[in-house]
Design a binder for this molecule. Structure first.
Ligand code: GLY
Length: 349
């Protein structure tokens, strides 16, 4: 088993292992000594792993409740948030009890937000079952729901008390959902760690080794900038343009696919402007392709710019754009909107 410890507002471990799902009850009992939990999961994950998780807790004499949501981004809404906290109240959950998010980013975000707000805050455990949740959203405490006005606009920072990642759960992901996680892994390589980039270059890699490395990187960043006022913004590499593409496609382009295209556009712009070696762009494109990820999207630069400027990462007339000038080295560049427009034009050329 691999363990990474995060030292944020709350100190917590991220445990990564194959088959660890069957031991969660024992681990949680030993760490926290409590006896009442509520698993929050979606219909798909419940069908695959719900029973094993429940049995693992029941074996340790936990009182286990379960709340199901429909799978998919549309479930990350304020109605489900209120519905879940009201169910917790009806089930007489107290501050001593814990929530368990069993699933991907939607379940993790929703459960984390409920944990942050129910009774002004109770503890929760993240059990990511997608690659993207394992390497990114389950760690670092960003929890939000979507509003009709935009994604993740209503949220909090609330750290989990434990993260348990069973790498076997990745075996049941579709090719597309698996590739979404690969985009975030390639992002970590690009912004922070050339060795990690090399590890995933061919498209085949050791899950626990790569997840642990990504979590270590995120831990290093979150330990320095938990509330996203500086360094943590490098995690947004590819996201500003990627999010614009997600919106343009009416969310038919997934988050990971958008990030992949966003990383390609911005790196292509730096290459075309003569600011980086051509090999950086070529290596990125090869690695994305080897991991079944797209590198372009059919739209005009002006269409993309229109969506990029409504991004919540915009500050006044500027956007903090993340640039990678050599693999493993990133910088935050505060850019005026006309420069961003120019960058998009050069990057989509
Ligand atoms: N997913 C980006 C962050 O946690 O900051």
């Amino acid at each position: 088993m691999k363990t990474v410890t995060v030292n944020a507002t709350t100190e917590y471990d991220v445990l990564i292992d194959s088959g660890i799902l069957d031991d969660v009850g024992k681990i949680v009992k030993e760490k926290f000594g409590l006896n009442k939990i509520c698993i929050i999961t979606d219909d798909v994950v419940d069908g695959l792993y719900g029973e094993r998780a429940v049995n693992s807790f029941k074996k340790q004499d936990f009182n286990v409740e379960k709340i199901l949501i429909q799978h998919g981004e549309q479930s990350k809404n304020t109605e489900n948030l209120i519905d879940i906290v009201r169910k917790l109240a009806k089930m007489h959950f107290t501050r001593n009890d814990m929530l368990v998010a069993l699933g991907g980013g939607v379940v993790g975000d929703l459960c984390g937000f409920c944990a942050a707000t129910y009774m002004r805050g109770i503890r929760f455990i993240q059990m990511p079952t997608t690659l993207l949740a394992a390497v990114d959203s389950s760690v670092g405490g960003k929890c939000a729901v979507d509003l009709p006005e935009g994604k993740n606009l209503f949220g909090v920072f609330w750290q989990p008390s434990l993260v348990i990642c069973d790498t076997d759960t990745l075996n049941t992901l579709t090719k597309e959902i698996y590739a979404d996680g690969c985009a975030e892994i390639i992002k970590y390589g690009m912004i922070y760690d050339k060795n990690l980039f090399e590890m995933v270059k061919s498209g085949a890699f050791d899950h626990s080794e790569v997840i642990a490395r990504c979590v270590q990187i995120k831990r290093d960043i979150v330990n320095q900038d938990e509330f996203d006022t500086g360094l943590r913004q490098i995690l947004n590499f590819g996201h500003t343009f990627g999010h614009g593409i997600e919106i343009l496609s009416d969310f038919k382009v997934s988050h990971g696919m958008g990030v992949a295209i966003g990383m390609s556009i911005i790196t292509n712009a730096l290459k075309n402007a003569g600011l980086i070696d051509e090999s950086v762009y070529n290596e990125l494109v090869d690695t994305l392709k080897n991991n079944n990820l797209p590198t372009n999207y059919s739209c005009s630069p002006s269409e993309l710019f229109e969506k990029v400027i409504v991004d919540k990462k915009r500050v006044g007339e500027c956007i903090n754009v993340i640039l990678v000038k050599a693999i493993g080295q990133s910088e935050i560049c505060k850019m005026e909107l006309d420069k961003v427009n120019e960058l998009i034009k050069i990057g989509m050329n």
